[in-house]
Structures are given as C-alpha cells and as structure tokens.
Ligand binder design. Structure first.
Ligand SMILES: C[S@@+](CC[C@H](N)C(=O)[O-])C[C@H]1O[C@@H](n2cnc3c(N)ncnc32)[C@H](O)[C@@H]1O
Length: 277
C-alpha cells in the first residue's frame, strides 16, 4: 500500500524531459555557459505558495548559521536549496522522490555555479539515506501534504537532525471543507493527505520537537492569490515549465481553496529535543 502511494506521488511529479525543457526555456537569459543567479531562477524553481518570498521568510524565521549543514526534504528542482546556500552561506543537500526533478536540480545548480555547495539525491522522505544527527537544519516546504505516514516523516527528520537542530516547515494545511481538485501537489484526493495545523503540530512534537515559531501564513497567501488574479499568469518562463500545461488550473484551484477558507498555509520552526524515539 505504502509503495503504491509513493508510486502515485512519483507519477504526479513525473515531468518527462524536464531538463531539456528547462534548457530551452532558459535560453532567454543568454547562452548555456552564462552563469545564472538563484534569484533569476526564482520565477520557475520555487514550487510553493508565494514562491521565492516565502523561502526568504522561512530563512529569516529559522536563522541558518554560516557553514551550517542543511537538508531540504522534497527539494523539487532545488530552488530553495540554491537560494539558502547563496543567502545564508550554508551547505545544502536536497532529496526528492522524483528523478526528473533531481536531474533538473543538478542541471540548474551547474548553471548557478553552486555545485560545490549544493547537491541532490533521489530518495524518499520516509527513509532518508543519512546517518543519525548529521544536519543542523532540515527544511520541508510544500511536501507533507503528499505524505500519509506523518509519524514516520517527522521521525526521520528528527533522526537526521542534531539535538538542538532546527526543523523549518512551510506547508498547506486543512482548514474547513473539502478542497477542490486538481491542486499543484495532487490531481485527485488519493495522493493528498492534508492535516489541520493543530494535528500537524501534534505529529511534529510527538517525533521529538518543541515549537519555536508558529505563523499562520494564510493571509499572506491570499494577498498573493489576489495579486496573481489581477496580473494573470506570470510571463514565460514560469513554473509551468516544471508543472506542465495544467499549471494555471492547478494554481488557480489552490487560490480558490485558500480564498474559500478550505485550505490554509502554515509556516513553523521546531527545535529537536534530546528525548526522541
Ligand atoms: C510541491 S513540490 C515542492 C518542492 C520544493 N520543496 C519547493 O518548495 O520548491 C513537492 C515535492 O515533494 C516531493 N515529494 C513528495 N513526496 C515525497 C516523498 N515521500 N519523498 C521525497 N520527496 C517527496 C515531490 O517529488 C515534489 O518534488
């Protein structure tokens, strides 16, 4: 059952030929050997509500020290990892279930010249391929809603963190009523496993964390939706290169769910405590 679900999630993020599509789309910035900045790529590599601005807010909230070892779980095409490495001077490892995303993440990281500081592996969040206590910070942005076994997810994150390390999460949460599908993380309810903010907090704390910062980001997300509706889809290249042709419909359903109060957005930081299983 668990393997079937992982396969369904993987297939949602299949993105065949993604690296080639990115190469073509990025031609607008100049020749292949021209170095790009993480900020330039922010229009197409931040696969979550509010894009680059949300990653910057999360970085401010978690406060990453220079030289820190950071793990980005469900890193997508690596936008948050490159941005954090650039702005916080930390070293980031990203893991993701989707091979095409990891391939694309490596390509984009060569284009920004950050391959010495940022690396990627294909792996599941439920079986992280790292020793205990390896990382100072773990990041999880818009990933938990694809994962049914939250206890295992947060236990794995706690296991790879040092005691005193920080876990920063930015995720979609259930508010009231059933969401309209398809949404950016799931085309049907079968691969969407949303929890309320309270249930999320309980699951994280049970894995061996205490809460340091807790922010309801729903109003900021609604403002973003209102701006998007007024301006129309962003000019190309945009996240549609990664998400595919139904990008506009997926994003507009997310907006509708937020505006109707069905979904909310949570930003939170937790500290790894010394007692955990
Ligand atoms: C909406 S994207 C967010 C990507 C990235 N965190 C960002 O914010 O740009 C969700 C990502 O989670 C990954 N994912 C979902 N379930 C996963 C799992 N069990 N293990 C690892 N990655 C997973 C997907 O492959 C996808 O890249």
């Amino acid at each position: 059952m668990a393997d079937v679900l992982l396969e369904d999630v993987r297939s949602h993020y299949r993105a065949t030929g993604l690296t080639q599509r990115l190469k073509t789309a990025l031609a607008v910035f100049g020749p292949e050997d021209q170095r790009l900045t993480p900020q330039q790529l922010g229009i197409l590599d931040q696969f979550h509500t509010r894009g680059l601005a949300a990653t910057a807010d999360l970085a401010n909230l978690v406060r990453i020290a220079t030289g820190a070892l950071v793990l980005d779980v469900g890193c997508g095409v690596g936008g948050p990892a490159r941005f954090l490495a650039d702005t916080c001077s930390c070293r980031v490892t990203g893991i993701d279930l989707s091979e095409p995303f990891v391939d694309a993440a490596r390509y984009l990281t060569e284009r920004t010249g950050q391959d010495g500081q940022v690396s990627f592996q294909t792996a599941s969040a439920l079986a992280l391929p790292f020793d205990d206590g390896r990382f100072d910070v773990v990041l999880l942005q818009h990933v938990a809603m694809n994962i049914v076994d939250r206890a295992q997810l947060y236990r794995e994150i706690r296991r790879v963190l040092k005691t005193g390390g920080k876990f920063a999460t930015f995720d979609v949460v259930l508010n009231s009523g059933e969401p309209h599908y398809p949404v950016p993380w799931a085309r049907t309810p079968e691969t969407s496993f949303l929890l309320t903010p309270e249930a999320t907090r309980e699951a994280v704390e049970q894995a061996g964390f205490h809460t340091l910062a807790w922010q309801d980001d729903t109003e900021a997300a609604r403002t973003w939706v209102t701006q998007l509706r007024a301006s129309g889809p962003p000019p190309s290249p945009n996240l549609g290169v990664v998400m595919g042709p139904d990008f506009v419909q997926l994003t507009s359903n997310l907006g509708r769910n937020l505006m109707e109060g069905r979904l909310g957005i949570l930003m939170a930081v937790f500290e790894a405590t010394s007692t955990h299983r």
